[in-house]
Ligand binder design. Structure first.
Ligand code: ZN
Length: 653
């Protein structure tokens, strides 16, 4: 740079006369030129950067982290009945073999009882997703003679008097090494009270409202960070006084705390009381964790992934109420997004290594038929889209416009007056063809694999259309709401991978906090949906101002990455691959002395397992993989082969 300046000076020298008095002037102009040159360099660099961004040149190509199997394979694997015919070897996937005898979990339910029905709806997916084989039996059919095939019982029963004579047998089964969980606080009857001896209850009282959860021990990943409030709490728990030898893991945050989850050793067995009583999907991880306290150990597969989606991004400048943007920033909405919002979001992503997945909307039009015109205003799309991709992100599809892919047969129940249904499948197809074509033109190196349904509404007809495109994953919602397209983390039988979003927005309320905690412990997953237009919508916190909304988001991420700094940051399609590996995996557990052997079926390069151990046991070593400590008694196993052996030792050994 300096040399170049000198050259310039020399040229000038050549063209100027050599009079003494001009020298000073020349010196001054040299300095000026250098300054101009510096400015010029910065300007040119800026222009080049802008041109590169505009011209769609990318600096880095993100290496594929995980592999999506071909869709046809996924369809085959999901639709093939097991075990394979002609195979002489018995398939023990889902079962636990202790000294070569195979055990399952027994879920005892009570027909017609509303609490029991809710509990069954909770436990069926929990057990199947933990890959634990279970049988169900109605309380009236239960006989203690059945217990020889089970190592764990989940008692989802309200009226223990229906168990009558069997209670004595259950107690003796526990003392001999059985493991019993009371799934929710039942009706206090004489029969139930006769279990107090093993539950460690000295006295029981009235039903109580648990306003919040306090984690007494380092028990859940992220649980010790702070107490967790419960929205819409009701009298779901019972007041209990306990023996001193009960290990209380969770208490209520009330002035007179109620024990919410405790464990007690009884002879060679264990009992766990799950006194939480609220059995919503958002709290599965709390109940799963209670179950994991039963017995010597509990090991179950998890996803290990975090994905952050950005709604309507890139898209045309969103419409909405700009009151608060004007109030706080005195700039246009378009400028706010490029100068404030995106800087903040980008910086947050950089800080935590997040690879955002943005979902394209081509046009905010109401058009649902005819020819869909291409949006020619592409500067914004390219600018944001290329920056997102360059930071290791991914672009997915949201829609040509924001009209959910539903036909006129779909009932909006008067909730979305502004939404227009599509007159035909062909019209929906045409709109998809247009948005895919548009996105291809803008980002020719990208394959669009992730779809997020606008307003979380999607029809089966729409899903079928998406399955004819490059879409591999649909990310709708995990938690149930009105007509939202609710999903599980799974490979669907049509070969599409469901990767639902759990939390959203910048107003992270107590429900969302607890749901995030729950899923971090149940699936070791975090999926968040960020709406850029929160600042334009009073219902989503606009009046708080972006500064406050951003602070909320930062606090949430801080909690997540402090709770589990090693969580794998993934784009939407990478998360889909992780869900694929998790969902297809089959697990057989064998325990001999202090050695746990995990044999995996349909193992695809990786498996992640959470292992909870009891009584101060620690991992001595792992073969076929590695491990990290998550909480006092919880480990994460990274399994690199389809057979992993975990050797445990006592802490004192
Ligand atoms: Zn949207």
């Amino acid at each position: 740079m300096h040399d170049f300046g000198m050259e310039k000076q020399k040229e000038m020298e050549h063209s100027s006369d050599k009079k003494q008095k001009v020298r000073i002037k020349r010196e001054l102009s040299r300095i000026n030129l250098l300054g101009m040159y510096l400015l010029g360099t910065v300007f040119v660099a800026f222009m080049v950067a802008l041109i590169l961004v505009q011209a769609n040149v990318r600096y880095t190509v993100r290496p594929e982290v995980l592999e999506l199997l071909p869709k046809v394979n996924l369809v085959d694997m999901k639709n093939t009945e097991e075990p394979s015919e002609g195979s002489s070897e018995k398939n023990n996937y889902g079962e636990t073999l202790i000294e070569n005898k195979s055990y399952k979990t027994l879920l005892i339910t009570e027909e017609g009882d509303p609490q029991s029905i809710k509990s069954k709806e909770l436990w069926d997916p929990i057990l199947s997703q933990m890959k634990i084989s279970s049988d169900e039996c109605d309380v009236s059919d239960f006989k203690c003679s059945m217990l020889k095939d089970y190592d764990k019982i989940i008692m989802a029963v309200t009226k223990y008097q229906k168990l009558s004579e069997e209670i004595v047998g259950i107690k003796s089964w526990v003392k001999k090494g059985g493991n019993l969980m009371v799934a929710f606080p039942p009706e206090t009857s004489g029969s139930y009270k006769s279990l107090f001896e093993i539950l460690g209850v000295s006295d029981s009282g009235e039903a109580v409202v648990v306003e919040g959860l306090h984690f007494e021990k380092d028990f859940l990943i992220g649980g010790s960070a702070h107490d967790f409030g419960i929205i819409d709490a009701y009298e779901s728990s019972l007041a209990y006084a306990l023996y001193d030898d009960c290990e209380v893991y969770v208490k209520s945050t009330d002035e007179y705390p109620v024990p919410v989850i405790w464990k007690r050793k009884v002879g060679k067995g264990t009992v766990v009381m799950d006194n939480f009583g609220i059995m919503d999907k958002a709290y599965r991880g709390i109940h799963c964790a209670a179950y994991s306290l039963l017995g010597e150990f509990c090991v179950y597969p998890v996803i290990n992934g975090a994905a952050f989606y950005i709604d309507d991004f890139p898209s045309p400048v969103p419409e909405g109420d700009s009151t608060y943007v004007s109030r706080d920033y005195n700039m246009s909405v378009a400028d706010f997004y490029s100068q404030v919002w995106w800087n903040d979001i980008y910086e947050l992503g950089r800080r935590y290594g997040i690879h955002y997945t943005g979902l394209v909307i081509e046009d905010y039009s109401n058009q649902v038929e005819g020819e869909f015109p291409r949006n020619q205003e592409i500067t914004r799309f390219r600018y944001f889209g290329n920056m997102l991709l360059d930071a290791g992100g991914e672009i997915g599809i949201h829609g040509y416009n924001h009209m959910p892919l539903v036909l006129e047969n779909f009932d909006y129940k008067d909730q979305y007056d502004a939404y227009i249904q599509w007159p035909s499948i062909q019209d929906m197809r045409n709109s998809l063809l247009e948005v895919f074509g548009f996105s291809d033109e803008l980002f020719p190196d990208e394959e669009f694999k992730v779809y997020v349904p606008p307003s979380n509404v999607l029809s089966e007809e729409g899903r079928k259309l998406l399955n004819d495109t490059t879409i591999r994953s649909i990310a709708a919602v995990y938690l149930p709401t009105d007509m939202a397209y609710e999903q599980e983390f799974e490979v669907s039988s049509d070969g599409i991978i469901n990767t639902p979003r759990i939390t959203s927005g910048c107003v992270i309320d107590e429900y969302m906090e607890l749901a995030a905690l729950s899923e971090l412990n149940f699936h070791l997953v975090n999926t968040h949906f960020h709406h850029p237009d929160d600042v334009l919508d009073e219902d989503r916190g606009a009046a708080l101002g972006w500064k406050k909304l951003y602070e909320n988001l930062r606090n949430y991420m801080q909690w997540l990455y402090m709770s589990f700094p090693n969580i794998r940051n993934m784009t939407g399609s990478e998360l889909a691959a992780a869900v694929q590996n998790y969902d297809l995996l089959k697990v057989e557990r064998r325990i001999n002395d202090r050695e746990i052997t995990l044999n995996f079926g349909d193992f695809n390069k990786e498996a992640w397992m959470l292992l909870r151990v009891s009584d101060g046991q620690k991992i001595d070593y792992v073969t076929g993989g590695s491990y990290i400590s998550m909480t006092d008694d919880l480990y994460l196993l990274q399994c690199d082969t389809d057979k992993v052996v975990v050797r445990l030792k006592q802490e004192t050994e």
